[in-house]
Design a protein around this ligand. Structure first.
Ligand code: PPS
Ligand code: MG
Ligand code: MG
Ligand code: MG
Length: 350
């Protein structure tokens, strides 16, 4: 089966990275959180997760040439002021590798960790194979104690061919706004998909996998929709005018951080995901690569707001018209019409 060993390696890498993140989130220290040059937060867990995934993929797939497009880089850790943070990351990575229980484990030095993080400097593109990683997607959610995801995908000749999404805080039971209160409060989901093979979910650290599908609602009034938790990341007013005013969605928006939204959508917790960043923001491929294959292999469609397919082959940026919309096959035509109308009204009111 194509991409079988790549999927196994990706699941292993992401599961270990999730273990590291859970440990850090439980005992997050003020000193673990830093600001990047664009003022967005980064924590020891973002770096630790990136180092671990990079190290595990290279170790598990030694015969393949390795290219990784990932969010973080080691610039700040190489400065004098980054030494304590680098030591803490190295300790976290080594503790997590030791907990894996494999005999082949050797202790990584701070230099090994820097090299592993910087393996993520590839630019991607339409030729060959590139791993695409967001070591923690939804860092703001992670710091708040809420939802986040470790998102890893494989880009082959410009197409996403597999994706793995670990969502350590996502309940195993549905989180849709129409759901009855569930008796289970177990959290931690691993979603994975391979092109042509469907999408599966298992408990993080578990082994029983279930095939998942997007919901098959065709009446928008019965639908519910997801959007970013952070109003700075997506225009909530625009989503409301599309979903509630144009489509007649009755349920309130479900606002959660990260690509956990794609995971939840892939198992039918809600029907629509709307994302309209503020003007001037450029999307990155690692924020959508894993999520998009998880949702499309579950029967959904992800497009930009003009109805173009998402093109991951142009380097680290994902250029889209106005925003990203995701739903099932039946709702997409009316969603596209509603989006077009709302965007036209917005433009004429400016
Ligand atoms: N201004 C702005 N507009 C749009 N998107 C932005 C913006 N700033 C950041 N980001 C990216 O959003 C990623 C988190 O996305 P979400 O929207 O899913 O999370 S959240 O609900 O807003 O917390 C977040 O991913 P991480 O950095 O991996 O957390 C960013 O890549
Ligand atoms: Mg970030
Ligand atoms: Mg992200
Ligand atoms: Mg991130």
């Amino acid at each position: 089966m194509p991409y079988e060993k790549e999927l196994a390696a990706a699941k292993k890498a992401v599961t270990l990275a999730a273990r590291l993140c859970q440990k850090v989130q439980k005992a997050l220290l003020q000193s673990d959180v830093h600001s990047k040059s664009d003022k967005s937060p980064v924590t020891v867990a973002d770096y630790g997760s990136q180092a671990l995934v990079s190290f595990i993929l290279e170790r598990e797939l030694p015969s393949e040439s390795f290219s990784l497009v990932a969010e973080e880089d080691s610039g700040d850790l190489r400065k004098e002021s980054g030494q304590d943070t680098l030591n803490r990351i190295t300790e976290l990575v080594n503790d997590t590798l030791a907990s894996e229980g494999s005999n082949s484990f050797s202790t990584l030095t701070t230099d090994d960790v820097l090299v592993a993080i910087d393996s993520g400097k590839s630019e991607g593109g339409s030729v060959g194979r590139h791993w695409v990683l967001d070591p923690i997607d939804g860092t703001k959610g992670f710091v708040r104690g809420d939802q986040y995801a470790i998102a890893l995908a494989l880009l082959h000749e410009g197409k996403i061919v597999l994706g793995v999404l670990a969502c350590p805080n996502l309940p195993l039971a549905s989180i849709g706004s129409n759901q009855q209160h569930s008796s289970s409060n177990e959290v931690g989901c691993l979603f994975f998909a391979k092109v042509g093979d469907g999408t599966y979910m298992q408990a993080l650290g578990g082994s029983t996998q279930t095939r998942v599908h997007v919901c098959d609602i065709d009446n928008p009034e019965e639908a519910s929709f997801f959007e970013s938790f952070e109003a700075a990341h997506s225009l909530h007013d625009l989503s409301s005018s599309i979903a509630e005013v144009k489509l007649g969605v009755k349920a309130p928006p479900v606002r959660i951080d990260s690509q956990a939204k794609y995971g939840a959508l892939s198992r039918g917790d809600g029907a629509i995901y709307l994302r309209f960043p503020h003007r001037g923001y450029r999307e990155k491929i690692w924020d959508h690569a894993a999520g998009s294959i998880v949702v499309t292999e579950a029967g959904g469609i992800a497009m930009d707001a003009a109805g173009n397919p998402l093109d991951f082959s142009k380097g680290k940026f994902l250029d889209v018209v106005s925003g990203i919309i995701v739903t099932n096959q039946k709702l997409m035509p009316s969603l596209l019409t509603a989006v077009k109308e709302a965007l036209n009204e917005k433009a004429s009111s400016l």
